[in-house]
Design a binder for this molecule. Sequence first.
Ligand code: MN
Ligand code: MN
Length: 281
Amino acid sequence: MVLIIVSACEDKTPPVPPVNVQDTIPTRDDNMALGNPSNAATDPSSPSNYLMVKPQFVLSYNSSKGEANWASWHLSRAWKGTAARQDDFRKDPELPSNFFSPSSTSYSGSGYDRGHLCPSDDRDGSIADNSATFVMTNMIPQAPNLNRISWLALEDYGRKLVTQGNEMYIVAGGYGTGGVASSTSSLVNSINNGQIEVPAYTWKILVVLPVGKNDISRITADTRVIAVAMPNRFDVNDLSWGNYRVSVDALEQSTGLDFLSEVPVGIQAAIESKVDTGPTN
Ligand code: MN
Ligand code: MN
């Protein structure tokens, strides 16, 4: 009977929307999509808050501190590849000539590592991308146990989340003054004849999303935000990185910066007041 076929055609069950494969392919997104924490501008007359927009990351350089106020970048599988670590530490050729420009040897003999803000391993999609992370404007003096153990552990955890289908927006920097590089050294406020400040803490914020499009619109009060402040001390690794989790609000107090300013204020308030309690490995 023809009527049976007509009846099936009148079924009002809504169709299952087709999965758009394009929505789940990782992309390289705006490194500063979540905001410019210090309203930095690429203006040579503002040497303490000088915006540098690079294809691989964005930062605000502070010539009086000899390091960045913050660096901001996006991480997804689209940034990842097999390029080898380039280790070509060098002056940043894009700094205005009237600024102090740290060189590859400015940290030599200080006891502090040239610690990446945007990590080498977050940018191995090409040799050029990896090399870009080795400009000295992307470095901050870190006690070796911070750079090589505690800070690295959080970097590795972020990359693990990326392999599990996530993308993320990351901001990092330092605040306060004074580190203790080793068990036999004393508190040091600066290196390189006072030209490079040694921060008391290095901090980082990761905003984690499942891979997708229109990222800001997908951030909700339940989005995972991991914020940490790790002491720049030789004994930092006595505790695992998860013990250094703080709220974004606490980091805004400590740094004077405004993070996640492109996120709607209500959601911003919710995600900035919480301290992450999720897994740490
Ligand atoms: Mn995205
Ligand atoms: Mn904020």
